[in-house]
Structures are given as C-alpha cells and as structure tokens.
Write a protein that binds this ligand. Structure first.
Ligand code: DQA
Length: 143
C-alpha cells in the first residue's frame, strides 16, 4: 500500500460540535475539523464518518475491514466510549488499527468518563488536546 488511507470516525453528539458545550469541545464544527485534518495531511487519503447510532459505527468498521485498503481509524466514540461493549467487540474483531481520541481530557471530568471500555482494544489513546487530538491520532497511525 503506497498511500495511507485513514478513516476519521465520530460517534453520537459529535455532529453538534461548534454548538455543543463550546467551553468543553471548542467552537469548530465537525465539518471544519475534518477539513483541517485533510489539509494538514495532504499525503493521506481520508474517509470521514459520523453517526449517532452505535450499529452504524459498527457496520462501518466491518465495511472498512472487508475493503482491505484502510491503514487505520481515528475514533472519537463520544459517550459510547464509556459503555459500549458492542463497539469494543467490533474493534477487537478487526485487524485495522483503531486510535481512541477525545477532544476533552476525560480524566479531568466526571468520574463516569474516566472509564473507557474500548481503550484496551485500541492501539492507543489521545485525550485533552482539542482538535489536535485528531491530528495526533493520524500522526500516530502514520508511525
Ligand atoms: C468526548 C468525551 C466523552 O465523554 C463525551 O461523551 C463526548 C465527547 C470528547 O471528545 O471529549 O461525546 O469523547
């Protein structure tokens, strides 16, 4: 594989970035964030996917696994991070590496956000750097 192909995947409520609790998540919309990622890494072929729905995220992971042409996934699973065993099992079942990212530092926030059920099946975790968390996730996958 010559060109890296990376899927940037966002879960529930992240479609509301820009409007949603900007003091925590910043003022940029998801569209602007995604454009910024593509501009920062012109050598990478990106896919972008967001869903409010756990099942759609899982189906997307299986789809890219079966396509066999993706180098990795940068995943902000939103609240699913903290409780979705189904998402964890899906990540665990695929070979494509997944990096867990969060805009906010979840460890500085409510206790229920301190636990991630997906971290152990991801290659690594990046949290607390705002939009840069996504960029660092891409950088990590590029090696
Ligand atoms: C988040 C943190 C989660 O706890 C929360 O449910 C989100 C966003 C983050 O990017 O900081 O939806 O993943």
């Amino acid at each position: 594989m010559t060109t890296s192909a990376i899927l940037v995947m966002n879960g529930p409520n992240l479609s509301r970035l820009g409007k949603r609790e900007p003091h925590i998540y910043g003022t940029e919309t998801l569209e602007v964030i995604n454009e910024g990622i593509a501009v920062a890494f012109p050598e990478v072929r990106f896919g972008f996917f967001q869903s409010e729905d756990e099942g759609s995220l899982i189906e997307k992971l299986f789809e890219i696994e079966d396509e066999g042409e993706w180098s990795g996934v940068v995943l902000n699973a939103g609240a699913l991070t903290h409780y979705s065993i189904a998402l964890r099992d899906a990540i665990s079942s695929i070979k494509v590496p997944v990096v867990e990212v969060h805009l906010s530092n979840v460890h500085k926030r409510e206790e229920f956000r301190h636990k991630s059920v997906i971290s152990a099946v991801c290659v690594g975790v990046i949290a607390g750097f705002g939009v840069q968390s996504y960029h660092l996730g891409v950088r990590a996958l590029l090696g």
